[in-house]
Design a protein around this ligand. Structure first.
Ligand SMILES: Nc1ncnc2c1ncn2[C@@H]1O[C@H](COP(=O)(O)OP(=O)(O)OP(=O)(O)O)[C@@H](O)[C@H]1O
Ligand SMILES: Nc1ncnc2c1ncn2[C@@H]1O[C@H](COP(=O)(O)OP(=O)(O)OP(=O)(O)O)[C@@H](O)[C@H]1O
Ligand SMILES: [Mg+2]
Ligand SMILES: [Mg+2]
Lengths: 165, 156, 156, 165
C-alpha cells in the first residue's frame, strides 16, 4: 500500500487548502524555520488518530485550527485528508483506494470519515493498528525524537522487539 | 510467544549488525539480550563501536554517533517489519556532512516500494531525494507548498 | 531582595525584547511576570512572536524558532550579568542558514572582551569566527587538534 | 578576566597532551562526528569542578580516563589544566595568572591544584562560584541543552533571574 496524497486545510499554519502528492522513493520537504514543515508531519499523525494535543505541541485539540494572523482571521475548522492506494489490501478494508478524513471545529466537536462515510476515531485508529502502521510502528519519527529509541530502558526495549514481531 | 520473540530478535539484531557499517562507513554493532535464559523477561542492550573505536558505553558516544546509531536501529526494525511509508523529521540534524551522505545514500538505495518523506535542511539529503517540496510563508503566518527543482535548492 | 529581583528582571526582560528582533530579523518578544503583585513568588513567562506572526503559545513554535528564542534569552542574561567566556556546543543545529547567519553576526559583533568558544558544523558560524581549531582522529580513537584556516574549512 | 589556555591529557579521547590557546572574540571548534569536540567542552566543565559522572556521559568518574584503542593501551591518569588571565581580579584570588589543574587516577583517587598548590575540589568550585561563573551561570551550554531554559516551569525560571542578580 502507498500514501498517494495529503490534503491540509485550516490545520495549524495551513490556512489555505494545500495538497501534496507522494510517489515512490524519497520525497524531501524543505523550507525556512517556522515555515510549516513539522506541521505537515503532525497533520499526518493527527489524521491517523493522534489523541494527545500535547503530542501535537498544543494544550487543547482545537489549538490545531488556524489561529489567524494580523491579516487573516482565525478559522473555525481544521481538516486533513489522507489518500492511500490499497490494492494490496495492506489496510484491512476491501477497497482499492482508501481516504481518511478528520475534522475538528472551534467548539471542539470532531468528525471522522473513511471513504467519505462517517465513522468514529477508534475506527481510524484500529484500521491502522490492524495493518501494522499504528502508534508503535516506526513509520513517523518526529522532530527531536530520533534518540527516543535509546531513552527506553533495556526492559522496555524488548517491547519494541515484541511489537515488531 | 518465546519462539516468536527469539526469531524477531535474531532478525532485528542481524539487520542492525549488517546496516551499522553501511551507515558509519565501518565499525560494528550488535543487540544483546541481557538475560538469554529468560526470553520472557530479558531486556535488550545496544552495543556500538564506530569505525576504529573500541566498544564503549553507549552514553560516551558523541551526539552524531548516537543519532546515527538510533537511525540504524530504526532501519533494522523496518527491514524486519516493513512499513509502507516512513516520515523522518530532521533526524540528521547532528550528523556531519560525510554521515549525512551515507544516510541519504541508504535512503535512496532503499527498496523504492517504501516511501520516505524526509524533512531536512541538509543539502546532502536534498540532493539525493527523488523530488522536493518547498514550504514557504510568503504571506506571514500562512504556509504554502511548491514543487522545487533539486538543482535550484542545492545550489541555494 | 524584592527590589533587586525587580531590577534584575527589568534589565533581563529589556535585553530580551531588544535582542529578539536582531536574532530573528524582526518580530517581538517579552518576559512577563505571572504575578507582578507577589515578587517573592511570581513565576516568569516567555512570550515570543517571530516576524509576521501573531503571539502564540511557546509550545507551538517550530524547532528552530524555539532554539533561537532560547539563544536570545541566554544572550539577554549574559548582557545583564557578563561572563568572561561562553562555550556553546552546537546550539544552532536546528537553525536554517538565514538564522545561523544572524546568530553568528551577533556573536561576531559582541563585545570582544567576552570570549565565545563555539563548537559547530555550520559553515555560517565558521566563516564568522575569528579563528578555528579543527579536531580530528587521524589515529582511530585519539583526538588531535590543529589550527585551521577559515577559508579552507568553509569551502570544504 | 579571560581564559588563556586549556591543556588536556588522558581525558576521554585526548590520549596525547593537547593545548588550545584562546584569544579575544570568537573561536570556532570544528570536526567530524565523534572527533572529540564535546570532550573539550566536558574537559572545561570537569576542570571547573563538575561532580556528576553522568553529567559527563559516564557512569563513574574514572570513565573520563582514556580507555585505550586497538592500537593503544588504556591510560591510568586524566589531567586537565585551565589557565586564566586574572589581572582584573574577577577570580577572588590575589594573582595575575590563575592555573587550575584536576587529575583523576584509574583507582579513583583525585588531585586538585590552584597555581600548582594542592587544594580540595571545593576550593576550585567556590573560586568560580564567588566570581559568578559557577554552575548556575550560563557560561557553558552543552550539546543538546540549549532548550533546557524552556523546560523549567515559570516558578523555576524566577530562580534564573534571581541568580542573575
Ligand atoms: N494553530 C495555528 N495557527 C496558525 N499558526 C500556527 C498554529 N500552530 C502552529 N502555528 C505556526 O506554525 C509554525 C511552526 O511550524 P513548523 O513547526 O511546521 O515549522 P518548521 O518548518 O518545522 O520549522 P523548523 O525548521 O524550525 O523545524 C509556528 O511559527 C507556529 O506559530
Ligand atoms: N574514556 C574515553 N576513552 C577513549 N575515548 C573516549 C572516552 N570517552 C569518550 N570517548 C570517545 O570520544 C568520542 C566522542 O567525542 P565527542 O562527543 O567529543 O565527539 P564530537 O566531536 O562532539 O562529535 P559530534 O559532532 O557527533 O557531537 C566517542 O567516539 C567516544 O568513544
Ligand atoms: Mg520542524
Ligand atoms: Mg559533540
Amino acid at each position: 500500500m502507498s500514501l498517494t496524497s495529503l490534503i491540509i486545510s485550516g490545520f495549524k499554519s495551513f490556512a489555505d487548502k494545500t495538497e501534496l502528492t507522494f510517489d515512490k522513493g524519497v520525497t524531501g520537504i524543505v523550507g525556512p524555520n517556522g515555515s510549516g514543515k513539522s506541521n505537515i508531519t503532525e497533520a499526518v499523525r493527527w489524521a491517523m488518530g493522534e489523541q494527545s494535543a500535547k503530542g501535537l505541541r498544543g494544550e487543547h485539540m482545537p489549538d490545531v485550527i488556524f489561529a489567524g494572523t494580523q491579516l487573516r482571521p482565525a478559522m473555525n475548522l481544521a481538516l486533513v485528508t489522507l489518500k492511500f492506494d490499497n490494492q494490496d489490501r495492506a489496510l484491512k478494508k476491501d477497497a482499492d483506494q482508501i481516504e481518511i478524513t478528520r475534522k475538528i471545529f472551534r467548539d471542539g466537536t470532531s468528525e471522522f470519515y473513511i471513504n467519505q462515510k462517517s465513522c468514529r476515531l477508534k475506527d481510524i485508529v484500529s484500521l491502522f493498528l490492524d495493518s501494522g502502521i499504528g502508534r508503535s510502528s516506526f513509520s513517523i519519527i518526529s522532530q527531536g525524537q530520533v534518540e527516543e529509541i535509546f531513552n527506553s530502558r533495556p526492559e522496555d526495549r524488548r517491547t519494541i522487539i515484541e511489537e515488531t514481531a | 510467544v518465546r519462539a516468536r520473540f527469539k526469531a524477531t530478535f535474531r532478525a532485528v539484531s542481524e539487520a542492525f549488525s549488517e546496516i551499522f557499517p553501511k551507515m558509519f562507513g565501518g565499525g560494528q554493532a550488535a543487540l544483546i539480550l541481557t538475560d538469554p535464559e529468560d526470553l520472557l523477561n530479558t531486556g535488550v542492550e545496544i552495543k556500538a563501536s564506530p569505525p576504529g573505536k573500541k566498544l564503549q558505553k553507549l552514553s560516551l558516544l558523541s551526539g552524531g554517533e548516537r543519532a546515527l546509531t538510533a537511525i540504524t536501529l530504526l532501519f533494522a526494525i523496518i527491514k524486519v517489519r516493513p512499513v509502507p511509508f516512513c516520515i523522518l523529521d530532521e533526524v540528521e540534524a547532528s550528523l556531519d556532512d560525510a554521515n549525512v551522505a551515507r544516510f541519504a545514500d541508504f535512503l535512496r538505495a532503499y527498496d523504492a516500494k517504501t516511501q520516505f518523506i524526509v524533512i531536512t535542511h541538509r543539502k546532502g539529503t536534498m540532493m539525493r531525494a527523488n523530488r522536493l517540496y518547498g514550504v514557504t510563508m510568503q504571506e506571514s503566518g500562512v504556509s504554502k507548498v511548491v514543487s522545487v527543482a533539486i538543482s535550484d535548492q542545492v545550489s541555494a
